[in-house]
Ligand binder design. Structure first.
Ligand code: DI6
Ligand code: FE
Length: 409
């Protein structure tokens, strides 16, 4: 058997406790004496070991999980992982009393990361990003979304997105890229936001689409960034190019970004601290996922919490992500992010775990491929040395990952 079966990539993880996260299952979709069978990188069975069809396990390599827990591989569905340098200096300014908005208006903020990124080569960007990616992977992340948005011209946006794509050649992880050209106004735009939006919609997005560098399009709809009207011009072009949209919405004020995102059938609207009931209702109707980003809330010492209770009432699905970025969330731990979502916003353990698996997959339009332990999906698994799933949310700064499997490897 050996050789031939290895080639067919057959493996069974048995004697495990599963949190399948399957849609419609109660809670985490727990299976106490469970097994997962994989063939050629895809799950062919996930459920009670006793019920596993013989065919699924025949001739397979078998791994005894010794009662460890298996969850879907974790998914970080909102990051700005590709950047150069850092903004520790601004952190010190803010500790001395400056607000994020003051730092941004004083020419710091995003624009200082733009300068650093423009000065870096694609290879340097990849090299600087890998340690951050490795930190995520070390905690069981198997899919990560990476946004551009520090290039802010066609060449540098494309450079960022190429660097993001190259991460997937360097590490066993799925990378989804998002073009966030409408993130901030670059210095050469000299304050003319409308002209810059023309450049984004008329040049940057078409070039990015032509080279297939982005899987989605995002924007920052905010007083210090772009207006809802400007975002509609970006979204109209994205739609025309066949790209799904997402939005940084209602983070610092309520410009009704959530409702705008819903109007465009966005995969997700993200941040949402200032979202109102109308926005939540619109998101529910459109099936737009609410991506909760407690790292940024914590780091900028925001006090307005996202309306989690409204999302629950209206049936809006909630994802949880790091927002890893140099300015407002220098965070590369999805485990700690779950703890923050629970402690700061009152998410339950089940909501946190769904938020970094099934709902994160939904927020990326990948739910048919990953995010739950179900037959037909990619064999993306995280195996944990824990007694109960709550431990993944409860601890701070402790990593109980035993093994991580990406596409069966
Ligand atoms: N909202 C954020 O929190 C980040 N981008 C955004 O649109 C901030 C990014 C940065 O400050 O570098
Ligand atoms: Fe962000």
């Amino acid at each position: 058997m050996g050789g031939a079966d290895k080639k067919s990539g057959l493996r069974v993880w048995r004697n495990a406790r599963l949190a399948t996260m399957a849609e419609g299952a109660a809670g985490l979709g727990v299976v106490e004496k469970g097994a997962v069978a994989m063939r050629d990188g895809l799950i062919v069975y996930a459920g009670p070991e006793a019920d596993m069809p013989e065919a699924a396990g025949q001739g397979a390599d078998t791994v005894d999980c010794e009662s460890r827990w298996i969850t879907p591989g974790l998914i970080d569905c909102h990051t700005h992982l590709v950047y150069a340098g850092d903004r520790a200096n601004e952190f010190e300014m803010r500790l001395a009393g400056a607000t994020y908005e003051e730092v941004a208006r004083a020419g710091g903020g995003i624009v200082s990361s733009v300068k650093s990124l423009r000065a870096a080569s694609e290879g340097e960007l990849v090299a600087q990003t890998l340690p951050r990616l490795d930190a995520l992977i070390a905690e069981g992340v198997t899919t990560v979304e990476v946004k551009s948005g520090y290039g802010l011209d066609a060449d540098n946006e494309k450079k960022s997105l190429r660097a993001a794509r190259r991460l997937a050649e360097q590490r066993p992880v799925t990378v989804r890229t998002t073009c966030l050209a409408a993130h901030a106004l670059p210095p050469e735009a000299k304050g003319d936001k409308d002209a810059f939006i023309d450049l984004v919609a008329g040049t940057i997005l078409p070039e990015v689409a032509a080279e297939k560098l982005a899987d989605a399009v995002d924007g920052f709809c905010e007083g210090i960034a772009f207006s809802p009207e400007q975002m509609t011009r970006v979204f109209d072009r994205a739609k025309a190019l066949g790209l799904p949209v997402k939005l940084h919405a209602d983070q610092l004020s309520n410009l009704h970004g959530a409702a705008l995102a819903a109007r465009y059938g966005a995969l997700s609207a993200d941040h949402l601290e200032y979202t109102d009931e109308e926005g939540a209702a619109a998101m529910a109707k459109a099936g737009t996922v609410a991506t909760i980003l407690p790292g940024a809330y914590y780091f900028i010492r925001e006090t307005k919490k996202p309306p989690v209770e409204l999302f629950r009432c209206h049936g809006v699905k909630m994802a949880v992500a790091t927002d890893s970025n140099p300015g407002t969330s220098p965070l590369t731990s999805l485990l700690l992010t779950m703890n923050m979502a629970a402690t700061l916003f009152g998410l339950t353990v089940d909501e946190c775990l769904a938020g970094v698996t099934r709902e994160a997959a939904r927020a990326l339009g990948l739910l048919d491929r990953t995010g739950t332990l179900e037959a037909g999906k990619s064999a993306d698994l995280a195996i944990w040395d824990i007694e109960r799933p709550a431990e993944l949310v409860y601890r701070m700064g402790f990593n109980p990952l035993h093994a991580r499997i990406w596409r069966g490897q």
